[in-house]
Design a binder for this molecule. Structure first.
Ligand code: NAD
Length: 347
């Protein structure tokens, strides 16, 4: 097994904390990439990783991504992430989350946690019984709750900005959008797009979700394999990572890619390929930052939805700046965003 320091995705992370609790079966890794701008903020992912190497790879990449995301979102948080190795359907217990909460507490506020793929509001409540450094908690207790609707709002605004930049359209009336994944973010995004007059098609693997979106919003369902090549103006990935790759990019008819999914580019070179195909890419961690912005406003205990919305409404300005530099330099937007983020975190 490769050690942490030699791991391909190790990027001078400040702390990599391994957690092993025999009593509850908890095996987890917390990675703090940078605390330059503040305590490292990022979600807790629970997944049945194939092995600890896969979990390490994921947490190193995701925590670095959070540093970049938080820096460009203009919030005083560094970047961190944690992964719990286990099946979220079968391996959860209150005791396991208590043990994980204790591990967060042991970091003394250097890591600010929230929910992510595989964890829920309920899990955050168990964790909060051991540490105050966990957010995305129940609105009835004065917190922000599930950040997904806010994430969708940020993606919606980003999509509008991208369409304005690439297609010169000042609103979304008649703009054709293909949404991949109608989950917590995708469904909310579809709702806003339909309300704005866009023509939306979508796909998902979950039959209940497909039916719900068809019934509620009248959006057109497209088969899984047809979503990439759909004849649309915008492709909005809201499910999987690495969807922009050697196979998919030549099939895209959309001139804009803007969605919520993390790590949409399979490799950095795919940012270049999108430029070659004359496709404008809204860097994922800029477009999907509204969820962590929502979490940030919970930290001081004065959660205020108006302040959150006002902050989210700055995302299009950041995107516009990235697009302008990319146009001037011919660089891929993803590279421009990475450079801006690295400058902010002093790397
Ligand atoms: P989710 O699990 O609620 O939704 C994902 C949806 O994608 C599900 O409906 C699932 O059935 C569907 N799906 C899975 N495989 C698919 C496939 N092959 N093709 C089409 N659909 C498929 O997740 P979410 O919270 O909506 O997040 C979506 C993406 O956005 C993820 O990549 C997540 O990391 C990212 N993201 C989410 C947030 C947030 O606030 N929830 C914030 C930032 C980034």
């Amino acid at each position: 097994m490769t050690s942490v320091f030699e791991a391909e995705d190790f990027d001078n992370h400040e702390v990599v904390h391994f957690v092993n609790d025999k009593k509850t079966g908890l095996k987890a890794i917390i990675a703090l990439h940078s605390t330059h701008l503040g305590p490292a903020g990022g979600g807790i992912r629970m997944q049945p990783y194939e092995n600890s190497q896969a979990a390490l790879k994921d947490v190193l990449r995701l925590s670095k991504g959070m540093s970049y995301k938080n820096a460009l979102a203009g919030i005083e948080l560094g970047g961190g992430k944690s992964v719990i190795i286990g099946n979220p359907k079968t391996d959860k217990s209150p005791e396991l989350f208590h043990a994980f909460g204790q591990a967060i507490a042991d970091l003394g506020g250097k890591y600010i946690a929230a929910e992510d793929v595989g964890t829920t509001l309920k899990d955050m409540e168990y964790i909060s019984q051991k540490t105050k450094y966990v957010f995305g908690r129940d609105p009835k207790d004065g917190f922000g709750g599930d950040p997904s609707p806010m994430t969708a709002y940020g993606v919606f605004l980003s999509l509008k900005e991208s369409v304005k930049h690439k297609l010169g359209a000042t609103d979304l009336k008649g703009i054709k959008v293909a949404v991949q994944g109608a989950g917590a973010v995708g469904k909310n995004l579809i709702k806003q797009l339909v309300e704005a007059g866009a023509k939306v098609c979508f796909t998902d693997v979950d039959v209940d979700r497909i039916a719900a979106v068809q019934n509620e919003f009248g959006a057109e369902f497209v088969a899984l394999d047809d979503i990439i090549s759909a004849d649309v103006d915008v492709f909005a990935p809201c499910a999987l990572g690495a969807v922009l790759n050697d196979t998919s990019i030549p099939q895209l008819k959309a001139k804009v890619v803007c969605g919520a999914a993390n790590n949409q580019l399979a490799k950095d070179v795919h940012g270049v390929k999108l430029v070659e195909h004359d496709i404008l890419y809204a860097p994922d961690y800029v477009a999907n930052a509204a969820g962590i912005i929502n979490v940030f406003y919970e930290i001081d205990g004065q959660y205020d939805v108006k302040k959150v919305m006002a902050h989210i409404e700055k995302i299009p300005h950041t995107l516009s700046e990235i697009f302008k530099i990319a146009d001037e330099t011919g660089q891929p937007t993803a590279l421009v965003a990475d450079e801006m983020a690295r400058n902010k975190i002093g790397r």
